[in-house]
Ligand binder design. Structure first.
Ligand SMILES: Nc1ncnc2c1ncn2[C@@H]1O[C@H](COP(=O)(O)OP(=O)(O)OP(=O)(O)O)[C@@H](O)[C@H]1O
Length: 273
């Protein structure tokens, strides 16, 4: 059983699993299995209905009546010309901007296929987003600090420490970062491992929906193959919506695809490959 320690005291030394192993009071034992995702009963769909978006003080809609539905644990791909509005849609789904009209919901369904109550607004806490070239935004000196950035540094009770440790374990294991030292400098990692880290930073929040903007951009062929393999693995654990021009490489993973037309109109369409 792997043991890792997380410091919560402001006077704690820099985060380092090796050094902190000596802090027995703060040690947490990881159980062998990852925790279940938050939404596990029955199944759910992300449902986007007639979403339009016009930035404040502008005359034109960037998105026009966008509607689509994405089932739990599926892989959706949005493609389309540069400037058509793909990134804008991801930003709305992540809660970074608000739709001018329309709704973005999560709807649970029972085993009989009928809705389990009314739809709930998809809150930003349930969504992770990995922007293009995420490694440009790394801030910390170690992989562990980068993944746990923003966590409480004050003393936390045991229940919270356990919860955080489980989330950390889930994120690290899900992206295969358990094969390297968590003390590595994020900037010294290979291209593929930097992308793994960027995914782990989002997964530690245990989102229901993970949004990826051009996840293969700027990587060499080996790292691209590595990330495709990783996304295939992640698809078993959560719902993925990806914007990409790399249709051929991702085609084996795609369950549903849509083309964004210029003017921000989305239509379901098979991949043109
Ligand atoms: N806040 C804003 N105000 C006005 N126009 C904007 C704003 N944000 C984006 N745009 C414009 O909206 C259009 C859609 O941009 P968006 O980045 O969503 O396109 P995209 O399909 O993701 O393009 P790419 O494939 O190049 O990333 C572009 O013409 C962009 O210049």
């Amino acid at each position: 059983m792997k043991t890792i320690s997380i410091p919560f005291s402001p006077s704690a030394p820099p985060l380092s699993p090796l050094r902190l192993a000596f802090y027995s009071n703060n040690s947490l034992r990881f159980p062998p299995k990852s925790p279940a995702l938050r939404v596990s009963a029955d199944h759910y769909r992300i449902e986007v209905r007639r979403v339009s978006y016009r930035p404040p003080r502008t005359q034109h809609n960037l998105l026009s009546e966008v509607s689509f539905s994405l089932p739990e644990k599926s892989f959706g791909l949005i493609f389309g010309r540069s400037g058509s509005g793909k990134t804008t849609l991801l930003q709305l789904l992540a809660g970074l901007s608000k739709p001018t009209s329309g709704s973005i919901n999560i709807q649970r369904y029972g085993n009989d296929g009928n809705p389990n109550g009314p739809p709930e607004t998809l809150s930003p806490e349930r969504v992770g987003i990995v922007f293009q070239f995420p490694e440009r935004y790394f801030l910390a000196d170690t992989v562990l600090e980068e993944v746990t950035f923003g966590w409480p540094r004050q003393k936390a009770d045991l229940a919270l420490r356990e919860q955080l440790a489980l989330k950390l374990q889930f994120a690290i294991n899900s992206v295969g970062l358990n094969t390297i030292s968590l003390e590595e400098d994020p900037h010294s990692l290979s291209g593929g491992f930097k992308r793994r880290l960027a995914l782990a930073i989002q997964l530690v929040q245990m989102p229901d929906l993970l949004l990826l903007d051009e996840p293969l951009a700027g990587l060499d062929w080996k790292a691209r193959a590595d990330v495709v393999k990783l996304l295939k693995h992640l698809k078993k654990k959560l719902t993925l919506l990806v914007v990409s021009h790399d249709l051929k490489e991702l085609s084996g993973l795609v369950d549903l695809s849509w083309k964004m037309e210029m003017g921000g109109m989305l239509k379901e369409e098979p991949l043109p490959i």
